[in-house]
Design a protein around this ligand. Structure first.
Ligand SMILES: [Zn+2]
Length: 130
């Protein structure tokens, strides 16, 4: 088998496609590809830049590639998390710590953390499960 450069290979395929379809694609019609490397197994492949929905996992190892956006726990659920650990994060992101939910107190949550009991206002803190 003869090794050809990627450019020559593309040129060859364009000629074949043009012969089959009678239509010669211009450079503008060619999809743009970029190389993507899996951060988990380092498998590399080409992704179509113009595709609107990339698969969100590696074709080799199946690991998720882009983390799902984190959703904070809705305030109404906090009542049901008594005794469970949550990750508390201040609105500005300056403070993050694990705490055990004790109970909801009006517009705040009473939690137990390393500093002892704290009352965290719901409009100043968000809560996550991980
Ligand atoms: Zn992978």
């Amino acid at each position: 088998m003869k090794l050809v450069s990627e450019e020559a290979f593309g040129e060859e395929n364009r000629k074949k496609a043009a012969a089959l379809t009678g239509y010669e694609a211009s450079d503008d019609d060619r999809p743009e590809y970029r190389t993507y490397t899996c951060p988990h197994c380092h498998h590399a492949w080409l992704e179509d830049r113009d595709a609107s929905d990339y698969p969100n996992y590696c074709p080799a190892c199946g690991e998720a590639l882009r983390p799902e956006p984190r959703e904070p726990i809705p305030a109404r659920w906090l009542d049901k998390l008594h005794g469970l650990p949550v990750l508390a994060e201040s609105e500005d992101g300056g403070e993050r710590f694990w705490a055990i939910v004790d109970q909801r107190v009006e517009d705040a949550v009473l939690v137990l953390c390393l500093d002892g009991e704290r009352i965290l206002p719901l409009d100043e803190y968000r809560f996550y499960r991980d």
